[in-house]
Ligand binder design. Structure first.
Ligand SMILES: Cc1cc2nc3c(=O)[nH]c(=O)nc-3n(C[C@H](O)[C@H](O)[C@H](O)COP(=O)(O)OP(=O)(O)OC[C@H]3O[C@@H](n4cnc5c(N)ncnc54)[C@H](O)[C@@H]3O)c2cc1C
Length: 330
């Protein structure tokens, strides 16, 4: 068969974040017909919630997450990638070379797509209210004093004269603490286990702690939250005793969970063949193959060593190259 007459295989990509968008671009350039299935109305994934400039993507200076997303989406649309919005798979069957996807929108309207291979790129979601659910008094707190995940970053200037309790010990919690301290807020940071944040951020927060600009509660847990007329009385139990700060708002920055809803669409046999790691993320080999021939995964759903836009983009590209290799003779 000549190159010109060879079959153009459709490839289904579930999730339109940086990993899915990148996989689509590379697949298109490699001669496939990629189709992105994005559950949300707007592709771009977690970057839509990055309200600050993203300083970590080479060549894109000063752009916020949504501005980066606009560029990514414009690029894939320009090369003619199909981008289906507001749809998610409700049933998947078949095998490499001929998967069938039943897609449904929020109203239950369905359409069917066929594809030779699948890329799972559904990313993660931030942990939210479940983190505080067992703390006595939590249920009585008004919603407007609670911020979860990305929303802890959306009104930093308004926190200048506020007292903020931050729950979490990773990069996001420490970055939030640093920015709030810079903005003039008073910060209490509650760490359940040793901090996982990068050293640079830890050093900045520790310097602020030494200067009396914040309190870090180590090896600590929230024992009680009590709603006052305009504030929250907090009881923190830690290795060094009990602290009782009064705060105006609580920011929960306690990590992420993989978005695995897509697995419910798979028949039992395929679902169990997809290996998961100890944290529940999808396990893949060095070429991003899952345990099922023809199903690949890319981006934060694979629990990368450093979840980020550039690693998601790199994995999207690698998944595409692996598909080209595996389907070369199909
Ligand atoms: C507030 C915030 C700030 C960040 N800042 C930075 C930064 O400055 N620099 C940086 O490099 N990284 C940053 N990150 C991390 C970065 O955004 C992620 O690592 C990256 O977006 C991961 O890309 P992804 O495509 O793997 O997943 P995601 O971005 O999570 O995209 C997954 C997509 O899949 C869709 N989806 C989920 N389930 C389904 C389904 N069943 N069917 C169809 N679609 C589905 C989702 O709607 C989503 O659009 C930040 C993250 C957050 C939350």
């Amino acid at each position: 068969m000549s190159d010109a007459s060879r079959t153009v295989h459709p490839i289904g990509i579930i999730g339109g974040g940086p990993a899915g968008l990148s996989a689509a671009l590379w697949l298109k350039n490699l001669g496939f017909a990629p189709c992105i299935v994005e559950a949300g109305a707007r592709p771009g994934g977690m970057q839509n919630l990055n309200f600050l400039p993203n300083d970590w993507v080479l060549g894109h200076v000063g752009l916020t997450g949504p501005q980066l997303v606009d560029r990514f989406v414009a690029h894939v649309e320009e090369v003619g990638v199909r981008l289906l919005r507001g749809l998610r798979p409700v049933q998947i069957d078949g095998a490499i070379g001929a998967f069938r996807l039943w897609l449904a929108d929020d109203q239950g309207r369905e359409q069917v797509e066929t594809c030779a291979a699948l890329v799972l790129a559904t990313g993660t979601r931030y942990r939210a209210a479940e983190v505080l659910a067992g703390v006595p008094g939590f249920a009585d707190l008004p919603a407007d004093c609670l911020r979860y995940g990305p929303y802890a970053f959306d009104a930093l200037a308004a926190c200048a004269d506020q007292r903020v309790l931050i729950v979490g010990g990773g990069d996001n919690a420490f970055e939030n603490a640093r920015l709030l301290i810079e903005a003039g807020a008073s910060v209490d940071l509650v760490l359940r286990s040793p901090p996982r944040a990068q050293r640079y951020l830890r050093t900045l927060v520790e310097q602020a702690e030494a200067a009396g600009a914040c309190h870090v509660h180590r090896d600590a847990r929230l024992a009680r939250l009590e709603r006052g007329s305009a504030s929250i009385a907090v009881t923190i139990a830690s290795a060094s005793g009990t602290a009782t700060p009064t705060v105006d708002r609580i920011h929960v920055l306690a990590g992420y969970e993989p978005n695995l809803g897509v697995l419910d669409a798979l028949p039992d046999g395929l679902r169990t063949a997809l290996q998961r790691d100890a944290d529940g993320y999808l396990s893949v080999d060095a070429r991003l193959r899952t345990g099922v021939p023809g199903i690949y995964a890319a981006g934060d759903i694979c629990n990368p060593a450093f979840p980020s836009v550039v690693s998601a983009i790199a994995q999207g590209a690698l998944a595409a190259k692996t598909i080209e290799l595996d389907l070369r003779d199909l």
